[in-house]
Design a protein around this ligand. Structure first.
Ligand code: SF4
Length: 353
């Protein structure tokens, strides 16, 4: 049986350089290949026209690049663009470009499906098929960056890993993708513009702290009540709020970074003033800001959006405690591109531009 070719974008630069040396190629060829892969987003080895033909052949007999293909593009009436990406093995993931007047945000995925089964999330209803490779995470950003330029005439100012999947359960590939987004050998973006959002995987948060990462961390809290959190986020059963607090404090101590807490307001579940009080108490653990997120229906009717008056009362309560708090209104709801709605419902449709 023919040996399966390895995904070259899972290799670090020094590994590609070693491969060159082992195959009697000059080591600078490794740097050239790396630049083609990340800075120039080459989809084939044949495109690498500053490499001799035999070098391109050696690489293509051993490796594949596995670029993402665009499967479907949907545009919301508010300008949000959702793109369904087809993977080399037929899997689908989604990425979203969220425009505003002066900037654009990219929301990208890290896994095909997710097995954390948060009850408010459409992705959580899909079983985890596999982790995305570093190149597959990175490619989403390259496409969305271009969309921001073409459709909104703005550079991409923020990148959030908040799409499909739990990034800290695909730790190595996510970190490699982010490192290439930051690196001058890749997109050269400032790490301050990048936010990794986790449901609260303690082990991963500790690891990020030990690596002293320079990008931001957001934690999807959604309630500061342990029992309630167990009910909507099964991950809480093994990563309970008290232990999560210690990991978050450790991250802050090591990196000096302010944490963002994401809080989805669910009608009559976590939107009372008593819930706000609990949240305010929990937030005392570190310097932080809170994003209150409007809930978007996922079709199962389990939860409803918190009424405007309650949302405002919740917001005012936190503000009265001198907390930094924002309300994130829903974007791209008409195309299922809003928070918690990514589930590839349109993934198999034809490309619409
Ligand atoms: S909210 Fe995030 S962690 Fe929870 S099921 Fe959805 S994708 Fe997974």
């Amino acid at each position: 049986m023919e040996k399966e070719k390895a995904d070259i974008r899972k290799l670090a630069l020094k590994e590609i350089v070693s491969f060159c040396e082992e195959n009697s190629l000059k080591s600078f060829r490794g740097k050239q290949v790396y630049e083609w892969l990340w800075k120039r987003s080459a989809k084939t080895f044949d495109e690498m026209n500053n490499l001799p033909k035999n070098a391109r052949q050696i690489f293509s007999t051993q490796f594949v690049i596995n670029p993402l293909q665009i499967s479907n593009i949907q545009k919301s009436k508010d300008g949000t663009i959702k793109t369904a990406f087809k993977l080399f093995d037929g899997g689908l993931v989604e990425g979203v470009m969220i425009p505003s007047e002066k900037r654009a945000t990219a929301c990208i995925s890290s896994q095909v499906g997710c097995n954390l089964a948060c009850t408010f999330c459409a992705t959580g209803k899909l079983k985890l098929l596999r982790n995305l490779g570093p190149g597959e995470i990175y490619d989403q950003l390259v496409v969305i960056k271009q969309q921001a330029k073409e459709h909104n005439n703005t550079p991409l100012s923020n990148i959030v890993l908040m799409g499909m999947g739990e990034p800290l359960l695909n730790y190595k590939n996510v970190l490699q993708a982010i490192n290439n987004m930051i690196s001058e050998k890749g997109l050269g973006l400032s790490p301050r513009r990048i936010t990794l959002s986790t449901s609260g995987v303690i082990k991963g948060i500790m690891k990020l702290a030990d690596e002293n990462v320079k990008f931001n961390l957001a934690v999807s809290l959604h309630t500061a009540d342990n029992d309630k959190r167990n009910r909507i986020m099964p991950v809480n059963k093994t990563n309970p709020l008290d232990k999560l607090a210690k990991a978050i404090q450790y991250f802050h101590e090591k990196t000096g970074k302010r944490i963002t807490f994401e809080y989805l307001l669910l009608k009559d579940f976590n939107d009372s003033l008593a819930d706000a009080q609990k949240l305010a108490e929990y937030c005392k653990i570190v310097p932080c800001k809170v994003n209150l997120i409007e809930f978007n229906a996922t079709g199962d009717g389990l939860f409803k959006k918190s009424p405007k008056l309650k949302t405002e009362a919740f917001y005012n309560f936190l503000e009265s405690k001198n907390m930094v708090v924002n309300i994130r209104s829903s974007r791209g709801e008409d195309i299922d591109a809003a928070c918690g709605q990514l589930a590839n419902r349109a993934g198999s449709e034809k490309v619409k531009k």
